[in-house]
Design a protein around this ligand. Structure first.
Ligand SMILES: [Zn+2]
Length: 688
């Protein structure tokens, strides 16, 4: 072995070990920077010596050539279906049946393994001499599709086993064995997307106008069956190994499911940590475990529809055999569904903040998971078309966690023939202007940038928590002020006709004063918040931070070339073009100018400190009692906006106590300590 060969081997082994600790054990050994450094070292080595590149190199996880189609693979053993149990009584009946069938010699040490049933895509993984050589989908159970290149991109899937070369397998009652790979090993597992990853992915897709999926399962399936493995590499997928389908050679042959799981774990496969083993005498505890699992399954990091309970011993499994296609030795316990069927009465659309036209379903009210559901999202036009959802259909509706209910698809067998295909309206339901679908996007948009629906949503976003956070300003104010004609663009928020507003019902002096103070306070928010508030397509909190950090001011960003934006990590050509285009429109530039004229901070802290006066800098304020016009929150915001700090209690470090009516112990303390006491008027005078 040449020196370089040896170096490449060592790097591969080290990187495999690092990702195993990171992705499978969730206990990183090295920093990201360290990993990246070793990774690029290996990459360089492989670039100068392509002959050193091996199939198990971590550099091969990034995806390769685009395929024309998938090859078919025959599975070594046909995939089984499982019989179902829906309540504890059925579990007890299952156990009774199998103990009757087993001879005493096998029922004596009878035990069960309980495993979570993850809602993902079943995959079959082949290893020859420790090397991952082939991966396939379940397909029809006999033949699957070969998706080796796609599976290679899953970070927790071992490309070579054992992942940690010196790992050992220790099991009670068995001699310790080195975790050396068998000559041939075929493993069944489940590839899936975690719920949190799915929600993040979904939000990113929606923001970019891309395809959205019904659930993590479909997303994982779509990613794994993509002909371009570099697309798969970009999706946050995981895998769990749960069954050995074939094993030849090696130091250890498992005699039970529990031993098989232990072997898989020792070889470096991710194995569900929630797996449990119960002796037959503990069957009550097993039933309790199943019930407890059901109660918490909504809060698990992955989607599951139940558990699988297997007889542990392979000898007992063999003896029990099959009835039809179902093995007698396993049962799937399924929990009541969070899905229901109901009639789709109508499809309506609403207009989103960025002008997207979003279809949603009006349903015959139906209880789903304890809540009556009447509306459900349909995501976008493609979703309706791809799932062939028609008005009048009986549809399946699903509720999962905190997510808004969604229509999964039609029950085609229940169609009467009266169902109607739905078409995207040609005009915006709010302003009547044409609706268009930009090339390459899934979403349809209202083309009118002055569309009141967009403006209301835009204002609502502008004043929201992640943006300029204007207290007391919400969707109601947005609707009212847009409808009254006070707000025609976002900057008008700072030019409201207060003398008219104060005359409106429900808007007294005090409320108006609070609103004005909140608006005043919002002018000093960090630049990133202002950028996020503008509602530029694709610019959320993270991107806004990146842009603010790089450019430091709106002025510089406005003048920037898209190519410069692309140098910022996380900003691609599409996003850079969108930002550039937004600032190239005259009405948008006018908004920016109006914001600047109103005194909104459009540059980073440093520049702002030079530009804007901070009369309260270095001072600590305490607020007490009822102020004549401001709420305490508004007063605090006002003080902070002018450089002051606000504390909760009076001490010798307090600069001023702002006191209103019914001031109590704080006023006493301030008097005792000789702290200056001022009223609201005095505060206002100090700000000008
Ligand atoms: Zn419109």
């Amino acid at each position: 072995m040449s020196e370089q060969q040896e170096q490449a081997r060592r790097l591969r082994e080290l990187l495999a070990r690092y990702s195993y600790h990171y992705y499978v054990l969730d206990a990183p050994l090295a920093s990201d920077a360290e990993y990246d450094a070793l990774f690029s070292q290996l990459q360089q080595l492989e670039q100068t010596h392509p002959e050193l590149r091996t199939a198990d190199s971590p550099t091969q996880r990034v995806g390769g050539a685009v395929l024309e189609g998938f090859a078919k693979v025959r599975h070594p053993a046909p995939m089984l279906s499982l019989s179902n149990a829906f309540d504890p009584a059925e579990l007890l009946a299952w156990r009774e049946r199998l103990t009757r069938l087993l001879p005493d010699s096998l029922s004596e040490g009878l035990a069960y393994v309980v495993e979570p049933k993850i809602d993902g895509l079943t995959v079959v993984l082949h290893y020859q001499e420790g090397l991952f050589t082939l991966g396939a989908t379940r397909g029809d159970g006999v033949f699957g599709e070969e998706i080796t290149a796609n599976l290679r991109t899953l970070r927790d899937l071992p490309l070579r086993i054992p992942v940690v070369p010196d790992a050992a397998l220790v099991l009670p009652g068995r001699p310790a064995a080195a975790a050396r790979p068998p000559q041939r090993l075929v493993v069944r597992g489940e590839a899936y997307m975690a719920v949190a990853d799915f929600e993040r992915f979904q939000a990113e897709q929606a923001a970019a106008g891309g395809k959205v999926y019904a659930n993590p399962r479909n997303t994982a399936a779509g990613a794994l069956r993509n002909l371009d493995s570099s697309v798969t590499a970009g999706r946050p997928l995981h895998v769990w190994a749960y069954q050995i389908v074939a094993i030849e050679g090696g130091d250890f042959t498992p005699a039970s499911q529990w031993e098989a799981l232990a072997l898989l774990r020792a070889l470096g496969f991710p194995v569900a940590s929630q797996n449990r083993r119960f002796e037959d005498a503990e069957f009550d505890a097993l039933v309790d475990f199943v019930a407890a699992w059901g109660a918490q399954r909504g809060s698990l990091p992955y989607e599951t529809d139940g558990l699988v309970i297997k007889v542990d011993s392979f000898a007992a499994q063999e003896r029990l055999g099959f009835v039809g296609k179902d093995p007698r030795w396993a049962v799937a316990f399924k929990y009541p569904s969070q899905e229901a069927a109901t009639r789709l009465l109508e499809i309506r659309v609403n207009v989103g903040r960025t002008g997207t036209i979003n279809p949603y379903a009006v349903l015959e009210p139906v209880p789903v998971g304890g809540v009556t559901v009447q509306h459900a999202t349909l995501h976008n036009y493609d979703y309706i078309r791809d799932n062939d959802i028609r008005v009048g259909d009986m549809v399946l509706v699903k509720r999962a966690g905190e997510v808004i209910p969604q229509v999964l698809g039609p029950v085609v067998d229940l169609r009467s023939g009266q169902e109607q295909l739905w078409r995207m309206p040609e005009r915006c339901p709010v302003c009547g202007e044409p609706v268009a679908q930009p090339e390459g996007e899934v979403a349809f948009y209202c083309t009118n940038s002055a569309c009141p629906a967009q403006l209301v949503r835009g204002v609502e976003h502008f004043v929201s928590r992640g943006a300029l956070e204007i207290e007391g300003f919400g969707i109601r104010q947005a609707e009212l002020f847009v409808a009254a004609g006070y707000i025609k663009d976002l900057a008008d928020i700072y030019y409201l006709p207060w003398e008219e507003i104060v005359a409106l019902e429900g808007y007294g002096e005090k409320r108006v004063a609070n609103l004005r103070a909140a608006l005043e306070a919002s002018k000093g928010r960090p630049l990133a918040r202002v950028l996020a508030a503008l509602g530029i397509h694709g610019v959320g909190g993270v991107v806004a931070e990146a842009l603010a950090g790089h450019f430091g001011s709106v002025e510089r960003l406005m003048a920037a070339d898209p190519a410069e934006m692309e140098t910022i990590p996380g900003i691609g050509p599409k996003l850079a073009a969108a930002v550039h285009e937004w600032f190239s429109h005259a009405p948008n530039r006018a908004v920016v100018q109006k914001l600047a004229a109103a005194g909104v901070r459009l540059a980073e802290e440093r520049a702002a400190a030079e530009a804007g006066p901070q009369p309260l800098a270095g001072q600590t304020w305490v607020i007490t009692g009822t102020l004549p016009t401001l709420s305490r929150e508004a007063a605090a915001a006002l003080i902070k906006a002018h450089g002051g700090k606000v504390a909760g209690s009076v001490s010798s470090k307090t600069s001023y106590l702002l006191a209103g009516d019914k001031a109590g112990s704080k006023l006493e303390n301030a008097t005792k300590l000789g702290v200056a006491v001022v009223d609201e008027d005095a505060l206002r005078r100090m700000l000008t």
